[in-house]
Design a protein around this ligand. Sequence first.
Ligand code: SF4
Length: 432
Amino acid sequence: MSNLTKKYYLETLGCAKNEVDSEAIEVSLISAGFAKTDDVGSADLILVNSCGFINDAKIESIDTALYLHMNRKKGSLLVMCGCLPARYNMERIFKEVDLFLPSTNHNQLVPYLNKIGWTKKTGEDSEKRVRPRYPYGYLKLSDGCDNRCSYCAIPDIKGVFYSRSFDEIVSEAEYLCQNFVKELVLIGQDTTMFGLDRNDKSELPKLVNRLVRIEGLKWLRIMYAHPAHLTDEIIEVVASKDKLLKYIDLPIQHISDEILKKMNRKIDGKGIMNLIARLRASIPEIVLRTTFIVGFPGETDNDFEELLDFCEEVQFDNLGLFKYSPEEGTLAFKLKGRIDETIIEERYLTLLDLQNKISKAKLDRRAGKTELVLIQEVDDGGVAIGRTWFQAPEVDGVTYVDKPDMKPGDMIEVRIKRAGAYDLFSEPLKEE
Ligand code: SF4
């Protein structure tokens, strides 16, 4: 047991689920007597919570670990945790890292630190989460995935799908809302499957009905909904609950039946079109975010044209776009018909260009309208930066509010003055 307070430095890469996992690591370190530092050079313990989803992410994780290694102090411990060590055995090849902790073994960190005498008793109970820095918080509903989309390595990285307990999620939500959070963002590999693996009748609509009753909560947002699992019950609860934003993140990945089948997305083009029609019939103002993959093996010019026409017709509000990344160990890795990189790049830029025009036109139509903005931060120039209900944290644009003396967590009615490519510029509504 050490008397000195050891300091930790933590770098989080990848998705919002990794951010929640990093918080759990921080909570365990703080209750083991560690203090946080933002200076890697003075840290005793250096952690990188890595991502192993696709090639670009893997390269970023390795580069980050090497950068941290080059800036560490003598006698410090460098730990790579998260998805990359869950996917690959890296001990033999990556000597710069002292300890690898796959995402399923993060709970072994403190026992290891205890064994080397780096922990100390604090006598304090550990908090449920790290005190929120922003007025929004991610709520992880589950981990793992059973959907086995043919291009995706996550089921091999995170294992089978399992939902967290209803009560655990609710008490974490209460903690966040008692500590500055106004918006809760529901995440998981597939949030629409929540509770279906448990025999305690948990399910997403029931959880939503409970969460919207939490005091202090203003906004609730559903991300990572799977189109094959978005039921009419879930649509109904989105339509009926005021605090549940009329916003859905619905990764669709493609629209061509041939490609959807090869991707093992469990729904065809007609099913997706019907779903969007049902959503818009129940919730006319619904804001849709989605993601697509271009360049999947066997994707013909016609398949891609079909995708362009689909985006033109549906007019998504926000879109994440990926180039197909061949991942060894996935079913798609063995598929014939790999597309040439230059064609993938061309399709990527073509769809991006189309979506930029669609998003810009939609944002322009918001000019002159009044909206409620949740202030997230105030920049050095005193400009308040926030988001409206149709802007999800970290993935969509923001709204700038031209009003001094705002502070994070404030919610203010504004008039949208104009739109940029992704962001909005606004002024507070004049007091009548
Ligand atoms: S739903 Fe598909 S893409 Fe998403 S994590 Fe599961 S297997 Fe991967």
